[in-house]
Design a protein around this ligand. Sequence first.
Ligand code: URA
Length: 209
Amino acid sequence: MDGVTVIDHPLVQHKLTIMRKKETSTAGFRRLLREISMLLCYEVTRDLELTLEAIETPLTEMQAPIVEGKKLVFVSILRAGNGLLEGMLELVPSARVSHIGLYRDHDTLQPVEYYFKAPEDLNERLLIVVDPMLATGNSAIAAIEKLKERGARNIRFLCLLAAPEGIRNFQHAHPDVKIYTASIDSHLNEKGYIMPGLGDAGDRMYGTK
Ligand code: URA
């Protein structure tokens, strides 16, 4: 699928399978999410630009490549996005962080915003927006609209699972934003859940159901 990268690394797929299982505990789910988010982060940042820094090894001087971590912003769509954020910050501790509070109205399936905080100068940064589930796509679309209003131009979207319907909606609204996911599942059910999916990601990571 154009504009979508499926991260099919065996470790990602293995961990995802355990996360999908209904018997996986909250603690297990959370641990796996942290682990998988590091692997996903590795892939979504694979082509980041490097700059050279003059350093000294114990033996000599050299120009060595570094990532400009401060130029990165990880944007978590609350609350489930925080599960992905944690592992990503372990890999890129100097990244800036933005939070967008959106919940999905269970009747209309439309996103309702209740919180927004982001660094200034979004126009100069690469934003990686994270939410484990790209279901209808409505929340991700609304979050990215808001970020674009604030000047963001260079955006990627990272999720664990995506539904084909969500990908279509998302790409219609934001054709410039590449999607990274561990799986494209079959479809959305009548309640807007990804099938076969893993259930409600927020509930599974926080044990709220
Ligand atoms: N959000 C979830 O947490 N799970 C789904 O299947 C769809 C949206």
